[in-house]
Design a protein around this ligand. Structure first.
Ligand SMILES: *Cc1c(COP(=O)(O)O)cnc(C)c1O
Length: 495
């Protein structure tokens, strides 16, 4: 299986090379040149498989330049060693009225980013050995919260790789900040940037684009790379849980093998739901993929009208991980929908950059709508859903999951589709405890986020995740603060 760019240049790479590079030379995203297809027997063979075994089988379809032994070892390091707090890795919770919740937050940082960021570092360091790459890889991350910690946790103490995370000083929650500044590991660095997320992001982009600096790094044996969801190595691990949750539905007697199901996915950068699209293309019986957004509903509008328009107000919501107006991974979907029309993609992407919008027209839209449906929920609806679910099921969900659940209800009501449905749950409620307690109308008594973990634990049957419970007393190891202009000097100093 080879990889090429959505924007059509001649570069054709093995998966190991694509994972090290992150993004294609022409600015496009790497996509597989063909999509593997599975049959009934393949699906059946997953029924008795562990999550790890399932991952070996799916990854083996895409990462054909890795040996089975290499994949097995990467997967073992990612999902073995009790790094996840359940042997199922991604357990399915089912409720009486046909609601099935896929919990993707049992990893070390309590958000779904762990599903991919535990594995990406293993795939990358194996790729370095396979390709004979001798330079030390320096991963630079600008984070609005969840990605930074998950990347730090995944890359810590991985050979031949260093990681530096920049977070906006005033833009992350107390828990998110504490998760990052207490990070252990010999190869990690964390700094606060004065300003907002855009300042941190701009600073990182500036470093990537500084040719002289990159040349200097190269001469000293370093190469910059990225760990965000444009990297194929972050997308492919996510395909696994679509298959794994499907067979859990079969094992739990919710469906018979071969029956179609729907997934509802709380969406920001379109990475999670795109993995579901790949699963469907491979032959997993998926009827609809429902894209759930918050008030930053650029994707809802796009999936309803075919017009992507990022020129709109940006809202800060109680679902910060979905506060995004440019969903990078949509480019991959458009590539596959159009049968690989790179010229068309280039034209739309430059329209997006120059005028802020593009229109894919009726043909693309019809094809997209045969798989996707879209809806959105505002903060008020989101909070109401948390309360309603708690009252009905005695089960506490986080804000992002609540957006998906709300949209799932709306979808069923409007379409009258009765296909069994999985709602994808992307964060532990403890991680967003402040908003969750507000939604449940529980008095916070002016307590800080660390004390609020205990408050929420009184109502939640699930215990406080270890990674969060230890935070309050963890030692602060990273205190650097810089301006966005100064970020490059931090990189120099650390290296
Ligand atoms: C990142 C994130 C999302 C959005 O996922 P995308 O792959 O960017 O669409 C949703 N919920 C949570 C909690 C996240 O951390």
């Amino acid at each position: 299986m080879k990889y090429r760019s959505t924007r059509g240049n001649a570069q054709v790479l093995e998966s190991a090379e694509a994972i090290i590079a992150g993004i294609a030379e022409d600015g496009g995203l790497f996509i597989p040149t063909e999509l593997p297809e599975i049959n009934h027997d393949f699906l059946k063979s997953l029924l008795s498989a562990t999550y790890q075994k399932c991952a070996e089988k799916i990854l083996g379809q895409f990462l054909t330049d890795y040996t089975p032994a290499e994949l097995k070892q990467c997967i073992e390091k990612a999902y073995g060693n009790s790094k996840f707090d359940t042997a199922l890795i991604a357990p399915l919770q089912s409720f009486a009225d046909h609601d099935n919740i896929l919990e993707l937050w049992h990893g070390p940082t309590s958000a779904f980013k762990d599903m991919a960021l535990q594995l990406l570092p293993q795939l990358m360091s194996t790729a370095l050995v396979k390709t004979g790459e001798k330079s030390e890889i320096v991963i630079l991350v600008a984070t609005s919260g969840d990605t930074g910690k998950a990347a730090l946790e995944g890359f810590k103490d991985v050979d031949q790789i260093r990681i530096m995370v920049f977070y906006p000083k005033a833009g992350v929650s107390k828990i998110q900040r504490q998760q990052m500044v207490t990070q252990t590991g010999e190869n990690v660095a964390v700094a606060a940037v004065t300003g907002n997320f855009d300042d941190a992001q701009t600073g990182v982009k500036r470093i990537f684009n500084d040719i002289a600096f990159n040349e200097m790094l190269k001469s000293q044996g370093f190469q910059l790379s990225s760990a965000n969801s444009i990297n194929w190595g972050r997308l492919v691990p996510q395909i696994v849980y679509y298959f794994n949750s499907y067979v859990q539905m079969v094992s739990n007697n919710k469906i018979k093998l071969g029956d179609p199901i729907n997934f509802v996915v709380p969406t920001g950068n379109f990475g999670n739901i795109l993995a579901g699209f790949y699963a469907k293309c491979m032959g997993l019986p998926i009827n609809k993929l429902v894209c759930a957004s918050n008030a930053n509903n650029v994707l809802t509008d796009f999936l309803r009208t075919g017009i992507y328009n990022r020129q709109r107000d940006f809202f800060k919501t109680i679902t910060p991980s979905m506060d995004i107006l440019i969903s990078s991974n949509l480019e991959r979907l458009l590539y596959h929908i159009g049968g690989g029309d790179s010229k068309q993609i280039c034209s739309w992407m430059s329209q997006l950059a120059e005028v802020g919008s593009y229109n894919v027209g009726a043909d693309y839209l019809t094809k997209i709508q045969s798989t996707f449906w879209a809806g959105w929920a505002d903060d008020k609806q989101t909070a109401a859903k948390i309360k309603a679910v708690y009252e009905q099921h005695n089960y506490i969900i986080d804000t992002h999951t609540a957006v998906a659940w709300q949209v799932a209800d709306e979808y069923k009501q409007i379409t009258e589709d009765t296909t069994p449905t999985i709602i994808v749950s992307t964060a532990s409620p403890y991680k967003f405890n402040d908003s969750v307690l507000d939604a449940l109308a529980i008095d916070k008594k002016n307590a800080d986020e660390f004390d609020l973990l205990d408050t929420l634990a009184k109502y939640n049957s699930a215990p406080i995740p270890i990674g969060l419970a230890n935070l309050r007393t963890a030692k602060v190891l990273h205190q650097q603060i810089c301006t966005k202009e100064d970020m490059i000097n931090i990189v120099k100093t650390v290296l």
